[in-house]
Design a binder for this molecule. Structure first.
Ligand code: ARG
Length: 467
């Protein structure tokens, strides 16, 4: 039986009927639909719409539906169900008879879908934050085992200054930890229960909304029934946070692809996560990284699709809102599937620290340190910059490095140069002068690794508390 056929004299056009269904994608909400329906049923009992026996029979029916779905995915195949709400009602009636039709008393699918989606997003946030903690742990491990290995840092993709490889890896951890925090913020705001909002004006029965919210682990109830039944801010916010996360993963992937090229040679692609070419026998391609970069496009596109879908909607529920489901599912699932692979890649990748270290010692990446030497001897910074710039120019002409210039020649550029200048050009000295919190001096990086580990631990504790 349809959920709404009474006032219709004609059957629906069969193509339209199929086309407007959401069951094909909202069937993944089944567990949340069952949980929310259980809470609603209990509230119905309290207001006297269900007897104790009817409540028990409904709860058992809901449980049975969950078990059947878990036991056999084909149980969910249904050519007639309009949406997951209809599917549950149909199955309930098959299992317990007409009492099943009592479950919908005083409620509307508008509040149900709002509740199911909040529960879905909340669960996805918890899983993603767990995945982020795992990835950050592996990255922090890799940063720690990189020890004092240095590499070039680039600005404008030109060699700039040397940094520790650990410092470079921790830069990504910072991005991912911010992503985890953004998801936590989103979770805080979405964790209110729309049940009891009815179709638009509030439930038609005096249901205990606080009880339903608590039963489902919400922090409270939504404040306005019109807003609650039509609000998809939490979906937009979640997918926007995912876009930023996907963007970070994409930047990471892009850099790893660059660094794995023969030209850089900093990264050896793990075979377990690479593929070959059907034509060129020598190839090992960074497909995992390329797909991570490529899939960020669809996550970002989904967030645009969502905003465009909701931007013109008058209050309250409109069927357009059904169109917010697929971009949401696609984004969450794209990232959830990607994460274990990214973490596996990060664990398996081999860094060529020797190549990095070698690259860190040439290309005048000690030039700023050289200018700092002069600054520390009282030379005004702008003049020191100019003098080292001239020295670099001489080296470029001769094809040598700063350390190869004789002291007399340097003195002709500035009398402030002395024999101890050469020590300040060495890689360890160059790294050591960046001795500020957040800088790349080895002691600072070691400290940053332990602070990072504490932050990851905190994240894990929060995720655990929600489990
Ligand atoms: N499948 C619908 C959706 O996703 C469920 C709500 C239907 N409500 C309605 N009034 N037709 O939005």
């Amino acid at each position: 039986m349809k959920m709404w056929s009474g006032r219709f004299r004609q059957p629906l056009d069969s193509d339209f009927e199929r086309w407007q269904r959401s069951y094909g994608f909202d069937r993944r909400l089944l567990r949340y639909e069952l949980a929310a329906s259980g809470a609603h049923a209990k509230a119905l009992k309290t207001v006297g719409v269900l007897s104790s026996e009817e409540l028990i029979s409904i709860l058992q029916g809901l449980e049975q539906i969950g078990e059947s779905a878990a036991a056999s995915p084909s149980f969910l195949d249904d050519e007639e169900a309009e949406d997951v709400h209809h599917f549950v009602e149909k199955q309930l009636v098959v299992l317990i008879g007409e009492t099943g039709y009592k479950l919908h008393s005083g409620r509307s699918r508008n509040e149900q879908i709002a509740a199911d989606l909040r529960l879905y997003v909340r669960a996805a946030i918890d899983q993603l934050r767990q995945e982020l903690a795992d990835l950050c742990t592996v990255a922090a491990d890799r940063a720690e085992s990189a020890a004092d290995a240095a590499m070039p840092a680039y600005t404008h993709l030109q060699r700039a200054e040397p940094v520790l490889a650990g410092h470079w890896l921790l830069a990504y951890v910072e991005m991912f930890l911010r992503d985890a925090e953004r998801l936590a913020d989103c979770r805080k705001r979405l964790n209110v229960c729309p049940l009891g909002s009815g179709a638009v004006a509030g439930a038609t029965l005096p249901l205990d909304r606080g009880f339903m919210a608590e039963t489902l682990g919400f922090d409270g109830s939504t404040a306005n029934s019109m807003d609650a039944t039509s609000d998809r801010d939490f979906v937009v916010e979640f997918v926007s946070a995912l876009s930023l996360l996907a963007l970070h993963l994409s930047r990471w992937a892009e850099e790893m692809i660059l660094f794995s090229s023969e030209e850089y040679g900093f990264v050896a692609l793990p075979e377990a996560y690479s593929t070959g070419s059907s034509a060129m026998p020598q190839k090992k391609n960074p497909d995992l990284l390329e797909l991570v970069r490529g899939k960020s496009g669809r996550v970002i596109a989904n967030s645009v699709a969502l905003m465009v879908a909701v931007k013109g909607l008058p209050l309250a529920y409109n069927k357009d809102l059904q169109e917010t489901q697929e971009p949401l599912f696609d984004s969450a699932e794209t990232l959830l599937q990607m994460f274990p692979l990214v973490t596996g890649w990060m664990k398996a990748v081999e860094f060529h620290f020797d190549r990095m270290q070698q690259a860190a010692q040439s290309g005048f990446m000690n030039a700023w340190a050289a200018a700092t030497y002069l600054v520390n001897r009282g030379v005004p910074s702008r003049l020191a910059h100019e003098q080292i710039g001239k020295a670099v120019q001489i080296c470029i002409e001769r094809g040598c490095e700063l350390k190869d210039l004789p002291l007399e020649e340097l003195r002709s550029l500035s009398p402030a140069f002395d024999q101890d200048f050469y020590a300040c050009l060495e890689l360890p000295a160059v790294l050591a002068i960046h001795d500020v919190p957040g800088g790349t001096a080895p002691a600072r990086v070691r400290q940053a690794i332990s602070v990072t580990r504490e932050k990851i631990e905190l994240l894990r504790e929060e995720v655990h508390a929600h489990a």
